[in-house]
Design a protein around this ligand. Sequence first.
Ligand SMILES: Cc1cc2nc3c(=O)[nH]c(=O)nc-3n(C[C@H](O)[C@H](O)[C@H](O)COP(=O)(O)OP(=O)(O)OC[C@H]3O[C@@H](n4cnc5c(N)ncnc54)[C@H](O)[C@@H]3O)c2cc1C
Length: 386
Amino acid sequence: MDFDLSEEQQRWRDLAGEFARDAIRPRAEELDRRQEFPYDLVREMSRLGLMGLTIPREYGGSGGDFVSYCLAVEEISRADTSVGITLESQVSLGAGPIADFGSEEQKERFLRPIADGSRLWALGITEEHAGSDAAGVETTAELRDGRWVVNGSKKFITNSGTTITDGVTVLARTGTREDGRPETSTILVPQDTPGYTRGEPYVKTGWRAADQHPLYFEGCEVPEENLLGPRGAGLRQCLRTLEGGRIAVGALSVGLAQACLDEALSYAQRRCQFGRHLSEFQVIQFKLADMAMEIELARNMVLKAAWLKDRERPCAREASIAKVYASEVAKRCADQAVQIHGGEGFMEHTPVARYWRQVKINEIGEGTSEINRQIIARGLLQARSR
Ligand SMILES: Cc1cc2nc3c(=O)[nH]c(=O)nc-3n(C[C@H](O)[C@H](O)[C@H](O)COP(=O)(O)OP(=O)(O)OC[C@H]3O[C@@H](n4cnc5c(N)ncnc54)[C@H](O)[C@@H]3O)c2cc1C
């Protein structure tokens, strides 16, 4: 077994780490407070190649592997998870499906302009009545005279409403299968298409500098060739996309957990009580040791899942394990980091208070912990019955 990173992987990690430390971290508190999308940081990350990290070079991306991407997401999220999720949503959810399932013509038309992340693209699966149950989407796309007519709405869609967003991939119901189940397909809808509008941005507990909106489609028409991949493959494509997304959200969680440990360690070495630094009390040392242990395990799991994905090996189970474990480790770390800060940790000005608010979403977005545990359990049961 080789645990060494390649030179290329180390290069991406160091590049992202340096940028996160110098450019993102000093702005994280302000971005969160003002709930401002960081256009300048995204522009710079695009220039550095981070916003198109796994997108093939031939279309204008960086052509990096998935391990490099996860290392970069971890480093960026260590500084701020709003920026981390903006990067993850662009690479995994926005550009990823077009790179994976698009025709040559679609890649030229839709992927090339967004491949370096200077322009963004979103993925719209979630709806009012279809969250965990993505197969239950009610948005419809009907083929009429060579054009898809989309009607319905989407909810919570990341990167959908910035001034640099080019469009959204919509999971829609396109018919009924012979067995009576819905047929779903994905349709590429450019931002300026008549009949497609975005609602007001959400006011959120975390990821406050990231962009999320509800989307509305009313008689929204796009050409027939905007169907992504084969008709009826929509749900399968989305589940495959979420597989990679879960590994990357695992990496984001590891970054946030590491930030919690960084802050807790530094505070424990500064704060004195009973004439000693907190770091001299064994109870505090054990808390720090537990955080370090769990982060190490979570990071290893994320990287193993990413390594499998790079080899195009099955990784649904590993992706779910990485996502559930890393997001729950991050939550425990945020909790302990606040505890080590005492009353100071409850004050909005401390980074750990922000981390504690931000951490919860990791157990919800791109598949809740319950749904990921179902995937892991299903794998166990299937293995038993073989
Ligand atoms: C900030 C943010 C950004 C997001 N970005 C995007 C995006 O870019 N694109 C997109 O399409 N979506 C996005 N989402 C949506 C996100 O993926 C969903 O919120 C998530 O999948 C859960 O769906 P839900 O919120 O409808 O919860 P529900 O599905 O209603 O679940 C509610 C609770 O019930 C549990 N539950 C549901 N079904 C079962 C079951 N069968 N067994 C046991 N428990 C169950 C869930 O685990 C959860 O605890 C985003 C959400 C947020 C908050």
